[in-house]
Design a protein around this ligand. Structure first.
Ligand SMILES: [Zn+2]
Length: 467
């Protein structure tokens, strides 16, 4: 009897608990409000106007530069104008990298100015430059197989072609970026005097792509720069024809003294659980070329405008929605580290970072420390995204989020990255061509609208997706 009673109460408990849980995630209840957010986000959306101001009035903004500080002032002013609460900057320290003048000249077999960009973090060459014969390899394996005498004293060019975008595998950036990051280490370990890398892109109109590189403590530091696909291929063709090439690389690149920089924050404070926070954001810094429009001006303005869409509608959800614009993502992530450290006591339920450009939204990629919580959140996120069907087919994927938001993973936060149509992103990524004209107004508007709708739901639902 007791056992039967026990069984019954366990059954009743499970029944009630499951029902309570499903009541917490009765997404159908929110269909109407989501519809309103989407309509409003498509009717009145100032994302693109914000992006024009950031890109045209401020321009590029590497962390530690005057441009970055102007971007902070602009973001503060704009979020105050939009009527947000707790708009503030939070200071941290960054180590600036200054490009200075640079050039890469082909001297032999003929004179030609090569299109190049020094890589972030690289040291300078001596003032007269480094002149040497170019050794072209298509992979690290190929370099490893060469005898020392073939490499010593040479300028090594890694001519690794980035695989083109594919629907199933996405971009080939991961494979190519290893060369940009490590090329100077691999070349120096074999006695080379400088390292050139083919730009990390699958498509080129003679535009070199910069990006960060690194050194190792026990490996000699040599200067490193990116050249275009066109010029990497030219040098490779000369080598294939056994025509020796001489190049003179000149770079003034250097690191400056640590300076103050800042993240920028603004909020809609929650009506019931103001201490529980949903973060949306992007990184406010960019490389020191172009306008940082797709990377990551688009992410910043989409998050800012998402908050404004909700405020215009007078929606004050249960939890707080906080916009965070991080500094220094490109140069080492000082902003993300600082934010994670100073806000480790906050209850940060979930966060979405947009850092893949302001293209047509395709869904969210997510990660959590606790795998069980991750799979619960994944299931519910898939269901939640069905509400946003007017924005297209949006998928929830596991396997990662984005650089800044992922620093909240140790604290149990559901970390998400905004997935977009990624076909064009790496064509202009980290180049002079990453300018506002490359961003489509309607596509960017939909990014902001999607962020607004998802952030609102995460902040308003009685339960958390991961519980
Ligand atoms: Zn970025």
């Amino acid at each position: 009897m007791i056992l039967r009673l026990l069984g019954l109460s366990v059954f009743l408990y499970l029944f009630v608990a499951t029902n309570e849980l499903s009541a917490q995630f009765d997404f159908g209840e929110y269909r109407e409000v989501v519809q309103t957010i989407i309509e409003s986000g498509r009717e009145k959306n100032e994302s693109y106007d914000k992006l024009i101001e950031l890109c045209d009035d401020v321009g590029h903004r590497i962390s530690g530069s005057d441009g970055y500080n102007q971007a902070v002032a602009w973001a503060l002013k704009t979020m105050i104008q939009d009527g947000h609460e707790n708009v503030r900057s939070e200071s941290t320290v960054v180590k600036p990298w200054i490009r200075g003048h640079e050039s890469c000249e082909l001297l032999e077999p003929r004179s030609l100015r090569l299109s190049m960009l020094g890589l972030g973090g690289s040291i300078a060459t001596p003032p007269e430059g480094i002149t040497g014969e170019v050794l072209v390899v298509s992979s690290k394996d190929e370099l490893d197989q060469l005898p020392d005498e073939a490499v010593t004293g040479k300028i090594v060019l890694f001519n690794f072609p980035m695989p083109p975008y594919s629907e199933t595998r996405g971009s080939g950036y991961g494979a190519a970026v290893a060369y940009r990051l490590n090329g100077a280490i691999w070349a120096a370990q074999r006695g080379a005097v400088a390292a050139l890398v083919r730009s990390a892109t699958a498509y080129s109109l003679d535009s070199p792509h910069t990006g960060t590189m690194r050194y190792l403590p026990n490996v000699p530091q040599i200067p490193s720069a990116a050249v275009t696909i066109e010029h990497a291929e030219l040098l490779a063709r000369f080598q294939a024809r056994r025509i020796a090439t001489q190049v003179c690389l000149k770079m003034e690149a250097h690191s400056g003294k640590e300076v103050e920089s800042a993240n920028v924050l603004g909020e809609i404070v929650g009506r019931e659980l103001p201490k529980e926070i949903i973060v949306i954001g992007g990184h406010l810094d960019s490389w020191d070329v172009g306008q940082g429009a797709q990377d990551d001006g688009a992410g910043c303005v989409a998050a800012m405008e998402a908050l404004t869409i909700l405020r215009r509608l007078g929606l004050q959800p249960r939890r707080t929605i906080r916009v965070v614009l991080w500094t220094d993502e490109e140069r080492g992530g000082a902003g993300a580290h600082h934010y994670a450290e100073t806000h480790r006591q906050d209850v940060q339920v979930a966060g979405i970072e947009s850092d893949s450009g302001g293209f047509t939204p395709k869904g969210l990629s997510m990660e959590m420390l606790d795998r069980d919580a991750e799979s619960r959140a994944h299931e519910r996120l898939r269901e939640l995204l069905l509400l946003l069907a007017p924005l297209g087919r949006l998928e929830a994927k596991t396997g990662g989020s984005a650089a800044d938001i992922s620093k909240l993973k140790p604290f149990g936060t559901l970390c998400m990255g905004l997935n977009v149509d990624g076909r064009l992103y790496f064509n202009t990524h980290h180049t002079e061509a990453d300018t506002v004209d490359k961003v489509n107004r309607d596509e960017l508007n939909d990014c902001a609208t999607m962020m607004a709708a998802v952030a609102y739901l995460l902040a308003e639902l009685p339960g958390r997706l991961q519980d």
